[in-house]
Design a binder for this molecule. Structure first.
Ligand SMILES: [Zn+2]
Length: 165
């Protein structure tokens, strides 16, 4: 690959790329990274973002210590919940959620566990949605054996059908 800036040939090395694009500062991706020796441009070969963020969420859920504020915010966004919506589910105020996310106060072990449980459930539902779509199509199967062309796009190939590891 050539550099977009200066067209210099870039070096390629698989390394632990510090993925700060997620809003988290503790996520490293093992991925091919291209570096320009001339202008220091760095390009990481990052997989499909939706899929990747599910993996990060799974990693956070499995974490062996309380979630940090940034991690809570990340999980909340993965769950497509607004701060007040998460607050309502947990029975706390929106301000409490904000204070956790801004690192002003620590989440209690109880709420930490609840957030993880809700997250597992909501992420699981996304997998269920794929399954339900498959089920919906089942009644439309015509009772004739026919050869059909199956097209799979590049994007589909990169994505797993179900995201939870
Ligand atoms: Zn360059």
């Amino acid at each position: 690959m050539n550099c977009f800036n200066c067209n210099n040939k870039m070096s390629k090395k698989t390394e632990a790329y510090h993925y700060t694009e997620s809003g988290l500062d503790n996520v490293y991706l093992e991925t091919p990274v291209f570096r320009c020796t001339k202008c220091k441009e760095v390009i990481a070969d990052i997989p499909v973002m939706g899929e990747l963020h599910m993996h990060i969420a799974a990693g956070l859920i499995k974490k062996d210590s309380l979630l940090t504020g940034k991690e809570i915010r990340f999980l909340r966004k993965q769950m497509n919940l607004k701060a007040n919506e998460l607050a309502d589910i947990l029975g706390v105020t929106k301000q409490t959620v904000s204070r956790w996310e801004n690192g002003k106060t620590e989440v209690s072990p109880y709420n930490d566990k609840l957030i993880r449980m809700i997250c597992i459930q909501l992420l699981q539902e996304r997998c269920d949605k794929v399954f339900k779509e498959v089920l919906k199509g089942i009644k439309n199967i015509i009772p004739v054996v026919k050869k059909r062309r199956i097209d799979i796009t590049q994007a589909q190939m990169k994505e797993e059908v179900c995201h939870l590891p």
